[in-house]
Design a protein. Structure first.
Length: 295
């Protein structure tokens, strides 16, 4: 039962830095925080018309896939999306269905794209979350802007970050697993590859030159193949929906699978995790799991 919760609890106000660190960060427990970003101008301002006016023709990075799965296992490869450079207004035309496309488009570049590609929007949110920065004694490594279609899905994975995921409009649907579920979650090594558009407009999967294989989770937690991965039946997923104006605190090393309502807009803050005892515990669990698989 280590690390297991029946549901993701709600806080009705932003916590103090000490309270947040003691009650949530240190025990590595997720929560949904309400009334913490209600003062952000973005909650009222970030309409499609406003984004067109402020960002408009600027060329930005958009992840494009044929199936909505970027950074996921497909045809025995770890396939990354095509990173297409396109005017933001053209991307909005696709999201608003003014232009039809057989492909799936998602602004999701995770290299602090809010500050790097959309600096015009930073003033409508915050460069960091003050109580989180004080709790951890550091500023975020990255602040990311997310906007995409409902068919864009994030495959099950984990991050080495303390994550505050703030929904501006729409809803995000999370399926979560604590780090203690690692023995039941399959990892395999895959050749890295990228979607590339061919001359006729169709996608082809092109292997990366790197020979180093990528460890990734092949299982779809929404439709798990328990014949192939019977251990997953022992895992205990949590599901939660984060609505506009709410923040999900997603602790480091928690596995997560993400879906969204169409046109959902979110901003997340990645704070580097502490490589402390809980990291050592996860590494031990990971090594023991791999050792058992070999036997």
């Amino acid at each position: 039962e280590l690390g297991w919760m029946e549901s993701v609890p709600y806080l009705d106000r932003p916590p103090s830095p000490l309270e947040f660190y003691r009650e949530w960060v240190s025990p590595n427990k997720p929560c949904i925080i309400q009334n913490a970003i209600s003062h952000w101008p973005a909650l009222k301002k970030w309409t499609s018309a406003y984004l067109r006016e402020v960002v408009g023709p600027k060329v930005v990075s958009v992840a494009v896939t044929p199936n909505g799965y970027a950074d996921a296992v497909f045809q025995d490869r770890f396939v990354m999306p095509e990173e297409r450079q396109m005017p933001f207004m053209d991307f909005l035309d696709i999201v608003e269905k003014k232009v039809t496309s057989p492909n799936v488009f998602y602004v999701q570049k995770q290299c602090s794209n809010l500050t790097e590609e959309f600096p015009e929007l930073v003033c409508d949110v915050q460069p960091d979350i003050p109580w989180m920065s004080e709790a951890l004694g550091k500023k975020p490594d990255a602040v990311n802007f997310w906007l995409g279609e409902s068919t864009a899905v994030t495959s099950l994975h984990k991050d080495h970050y303390e994550n505050l995921y703030c929904v501006i409009s729409g809803e995000k649907h999370f399926l979560l697993h604590p780090p203690s579920d690692r023995p039941f979650i399959p990892y395999e090594l895959y050749q890295p590859a990228t979607y590339q558009v061919s001359e006729d407009g169709s996608f082809e999967i092109v292997d990366e030159k790197s020979e180093k294989k990528v460890p990734w989770i092949p299982l779809d937690p929404l439709n798990p193949n328990l014949e192939q991965y019977p251990e997953y039946a022992q895992a205990k997923p949590l599901q939660c929906t984060v609505k506009a104006g709410e923040i999900l605190y997603l602790p480091s090393l928690w596995f997560h699978h993400v879906q969204q309502s169409h046109g959902c807009i979110a901003v997340n803050y990645w704070y580097d995790m502490e490589y402390d005892l809980k990291y050592s515990y996860y590494q031990l669990l990971d090594c023991l799991t791999k050792a058992v698989e070999v036997l």
